[in-house]
Design a protein around this ligand. Sequence first.
Ligand SMILES: Cc1cc2nc3c(=O)[nH]c(=O)nc-3n(C[C@H](O)[C@H](O)[C@H](O)COP(=O)(O)OP(=O)(O)OC[C@H]3O[C@@H](n4cnc5c(N)ncnc54)[C@H](O)[C@@H]3O)c2cc1C
Length: 396
Amino acid sequence: MALDFTFTEEQRMLEDNVYKWGMSWLEPQMEHAYEVDEMPKDIFRELAKLGVNGIVFEEKYGGTAMGYVETTLVYETISRISNALSMTVGASQTLAFDNFRRNASEKHKLQVLPKSCTGELIGCLGITEPNAGSDAMGMTTRAVKKGDRYIINGSKIFITNGPVADFMLFYAKTDPEKGPHGISSFWFYPKKTKGFSCEKIKKWGMRTSPTGLLTFEDMEIPEDQLVGGLNKGVAVLTGGLCTERITLTACSLGSQRSCLELSLKYAKERVQFGKPIASFQTIQNKLADMYCGYKASRWLCYSAAAYCDTLTDKRGGKGTDLDRMAAASLLFAGEMGTKIGLDAIQIHGGYGYCTEYGVTRHFLDQKLWEIGAGTSEIRRMIIARELMRDDFRSGL
Ligand SMILES: Cc1cc2nc3c(=O)[nH]c(=O)nc-3n(C[C@H](O)[C@H](O)[C@H](O)COP(=O)(O)OP(=O)(O)OC[C@H]3O[C@@H](n4cnc5c(N)ncnc54)[C@H](O)[C@@H]3O)c2cc1C
C-alpha cells in the first residue's frame, strides 16, 4: 500500500508562490478592505500573474492542466490570508468557469475560458433563489424559447461575485411540468445584457466577497448559450457539485490553519499571572484540539481531492463515492472551522473581539461553511444516502 501524504516539489512551489504573493499583496489591504466590504479590484489579474486562474483548464484554454489537489492547495493558501477572497476565487474559477468548461461547446469555451485565465472575466454561478435554497430543484426562474433566443424571468439570491461578475452560469426551468428534468443551464455576460440587475447584499462575515440578489426581467440570451443540452441542467449542476465542495473546503482549511498559527503565536507572547498563557493547560488543550481538527479536516479534504483526480470524468453526483467524500469533506471542515475560529477568539481574549487581529475575520468567515454549497444538514443527508447504497465500500 503506497500512502505518501507529502506534496510534490512542484506543489510546494505553487503553495510558496501563492503564499508569498498573499502576504505581500493581499494581507496589507485586508483590514481596510474587510471594514469597507470591498473586493480588492485587481485580485484576478494578480492571480493571473501567478498562473493560478485556470489550474485545471487545458492549456488550449489558457490553463495549467493540473488537478483538483493543486486547486485545493491554492484555495487553502489564499484562505490563510482571506477565507472570503478564496471563496470569491473559487466561485469564479471552479463554480462558474470549471463547470462551464465541463459542459459548454468548444466554440464558447475558446471564446470565454482564456479571458478567465487572464483575469479579464470574473464569473459567478446562480442556483439559489429566494424561495429555493436547499430545495434547489424548486427553482422558479423561467426560460422561454422565442425564435432563436431564450427570454429569462426570475431571480437568484446569495450569488457570490454577482455584483462584479462579467460572466454568469445559471439554471432556469425550461419545462416546469417535468420538475428536475425540466431544468436547463445557460451562460451570458451580465454587464452587457439588458434586463439584468443586481443588488449587493450586506453580510457580517465573508466581507470583501461580493454577494448579490440578481433579477432577470425579460432578459434575452441567444439560444446557443444553453449549456449541456435542453432539460439537462441537473446533470450539469450535480456533475460539478463534488469538485466545488472539495475545493471550497479549502477555504475553511486555510482559515483553520491561520487560527491555529495566530493563536500559538499569541499564546506564547501574552503574559498573565507572570507567565505566557501558553503555559496554562486549558489553553494548551485548545491548541491541541485545534491542531487535531485542522489535520483531520485536511485529510478528509485532500483525500477526496486526490481520489477525484484519479477519476477519468472527475464527476460526482448521486450514486458515486465522490458524492459522499465531498459532502464529508465540507461537512467536517465547516463545523470544525467554526469551532477552531471560536477557540482562536477565546485564546485572544478581548483582543480577539476587536478587528485588528486577523483571527476575527477568519472566525466571521468560517460560519459560512456550515451553510454555503449545501448546508450541514443537507450534507449529512447525502452522506447517509450514499452509505445506504448496496454497493457501498466502507474502505474508500
Ligand atoms: C455568503 C453566501 C454565498 C453564497 N454563494 C452562492 C453562490 O455563489 N451561488 C448560489 O447559487 N448560492 C450561493 N449561496 C446560497 C447557499 O448555497 C444557500 O444559502 C444554501 O444552500 C441554503 O439555502 P437557504 O439559505 O435558502 O436555506 P434553507 O434551504 O431555507 O434552509 C434553512 C435551514 O433549514 C435546513 N433545512 C432545509 N431543508 C432541510 C431538510 N430537508 N432537512 C433538514 N434540514 C433542512 C437547512 O439546513 C437550514 O438549516 C450562498 C450563500 C451565502 C450565505
